[in-house]
Write a protein that binds this ligand. Structure first.
Ligand SMILES: [Zn+2]
Length: 394
């Protein structure tokens, strides 16, 4: 491990910034602390808004499900070693390892017509998978996680447009974090399900979209899912490391297995195509990547504490409290510890807080605040309104 990688280790930063912890009683699954939850919620809000603009509808499906659902989907046969199963009242249940079959049940809960398609169901689904885990992998390999997931049901002639839409969404999201995006087409694996002709058709569809949008890509032979080919999307972080975070999968099998349909233009039953897609993968793993990418110095919109007001001494406390109140639309802390100013500034910097607001005699006399910006140091005095204008632009 290089010095820089070690300094950015998300387990270390996670502890220093009080974001999460691990405990023996839940092996390889994090307990999120309030500050970690703030970041996750901001990520969810951001993705939710983008999805809403693109016509996605959010669903929630059960975590404890009878195994027969996964027998129908094929997961029980092809993915059994990763499924946590448990017996309840003489029946075998599974902890949901994938959201897809649940989304299919929502689709089939009523008769759909071609006019309803494409139907884009998104889900921040809570999943459990029995993965090979190690004590040292932190957030990168966990048993329980929340998947940023979506399933699109469409007509065959809508495939290209829908794949294009998902790729554009993925590119936009990765750009927001200054992560570079790379694409790979993963083709039919040896352990594949379904008609070889459909596989060929699906692989062609993905290839054409990549080519048409001039998205440079590698081909990963035999690396597709058992039910269809996929486009894997890697990101490159600030240390030049690559992570596979997103995927777009085209699936003709699951609609067959669940026998779902829509009423076509000629009032006949037609089979929809299913697209599985994720933009950032699991929130847990993506958090691990972001912590290391930013070395804990989250951009203003994600920072769990966006500013800390530091009174120089007790006699400045009242004014400091007033400033904190006026910044109530942001996440602002007040440091009322009985420490030297130097120590309080150092503590704020250790917590990687974007702005430290210093209040002393001079600030009170001039009705201003003094700002220290993370990475830039002392910006000097300014009016509160000027500071508000500055942070609102971020
Ligand atoms: Zn899926």
């Amino acid at each position: 491990m290089s010095d820089e990688t070690e300094k950015r280790d998300h387990r270390k930063i996670g502890e220093e910034l009080d974001l999460f912890s691990f405990h023996d009683v839940a092996p390889s699954t994090p307990f999120w602390h309030p500050k970690g939850v703030i970041i996750i919620q901001e990520l969810k809000n951001y993705i939710r808004n983008l999805q809403k603009e693109r016509g996605y509808l959010e669903i929630i499906t059960p975590i404890l499900v009878k195994k027969k659902l996964y027998e129908t989907s094929g997961h029980w046969e092809h993915y059994k070693e990763n499924i946590f199963s448990l017996d309840v009242d003489k029946e075998t249940f599974a902890l949901k390892p994938m959201n897809c079959p649940g989304a299919v049940l929502v689709y089939s809960s009523k008769i759909r017509s071609y006019k309803d398609l494409p139907l884009r169901f998104s889900e921040f689904g809570n999943l459990h998978r029995r993965e090979r885990t190690g004590v040292v992998s932190g957030l990168f390999r966990v048993y329980g996680f929340t998947q940023d997931d979506a399933h699109i049901f469409c007509e065959p002639n809508q495939i290209a447009e829908e794949i294009e839409g998902t790729l554009n969404l993925i590119i936009e999201i990765h750009k927001r974090f200054q992560l570079k995006t790379f694409f790979a087409l993963a083709t039919k694996p040896d352990k594949a399900m379904g008609d070889p002709m459909l596989w060929e058709k699906a692989e062609d569809a993905l290839r054409i979209v990549l080519q048409k949008n001039k998205l440079k890509h590698e081909v990963h032979e035999k690396d597709g899912a058992f039910y269809g080919p996929k486009i894997d999307v890697d990101v490159e972080d600030s240390l030049g490391r690559k992570w596979t975070v997103a995927t777009v999968q085209l699936d003709f099998q699951m609609p067959e297995r669940f026998d779902i349909f829509y009423i076509g233009q000629n009032s006949d039953k037609q089979r929809p195509v299913m697209i599985h897609r994720s933009s950032i993968g699991s929130f847990e793993r993506f958090m691990g990547i972001l912590i290391e990418h930013y070395a804990g110095a989250f951009p203003f919109w994600l920072a769990p504490v966006q500013a800390r007001v530091i009174p120089v001494s007790d006699k400045h406390l009242e004014y400091a409290e007033k400033i904190k109140k006026e910044l109530s639309e942001f996440r602002v802390e007040l440091d009322s510890e009985n420490e030297t100013l130097g120590k309080k500034i150092r503590n704020g910097e250790m917590q990687k807080i974007p702005y430290l607001i210093i209040i002393g005699d001079r600030e009170i006399a001039s009705n201003q605040i003094s700002i220290r910006e993370r990475g830039k140091g002392d910006l000097g005095g300014m009016e509160l309104s000027e500071f508000l204008k500055k942070v609102k632009m971020q």
